[in-house]
Design a binder for this molecule. Sequence first.
Ligand SMILES: [Mg+2]
Length: 170
Amino acid sequence: MGTSNTKKGRSTVIFLDIDGVLNKHTDISEQKYFINETLLENFKQLVDRTGSKIVLSSTWRLSKPAVEILNKTFDEYGIPRISSKTSNIQSSSSCNFSERPEEIYLWLKINTDYFDKKIKITNFVILDDMDLIKEKSFAEYRQGHFVKIDPVDGLTKEKVAEAIKILEYV
Ligand SMILES: [Mg+2]
C-alpha cells in the first residue's frame, strides 16, 4: 500500500457500485458502460479527501471491457485505479444482486483485519443504490458503513459528505 492510501494513519476502503452511483437511472447514453462526469467529480473529492482504496462491488467487475473503461476514466480524472474486486458468488436464485452483502463480507474477511489479522484497515464504506441494509445476510457488519444512494441522483455532494463522515470516524 502506498502513502496515498494513508491519511493521518488511516487505511480505508470504499466498496463501489457503479450503476445508480456514478451514473443516474435517468442518464441517457448510447454507451453500454456510461459514467456521469459530474458524479465522477464528486467521487474524486471523496477519494482525494480520504485516500481510500477502491474495491469494485458492482457487476461491472464481471466484464473486462467495463473494468478497462472504468480504470481509463479514473486515469483521466486522476483517480487511483481499482485496487480489488469482490468475488462473484454464484447464486442459485435468478437475482444475483442479493449476494452482494456476502461478497463484500467475504472480501473484508479474506483481505483485512476487520474480522481477522491481515491487512489493517481503519474503516470502510459501502456505496450502493440497492438498500443493502435490508438484505438479510451478515446484516450487522454493514451497520454504520453504508451510504444508500438514490439512483435518481447518483453520488451527490451530500452523499460524499456522509461517506467522509464514516471513513473519518474514529
Ligand atoms: Mg447499482
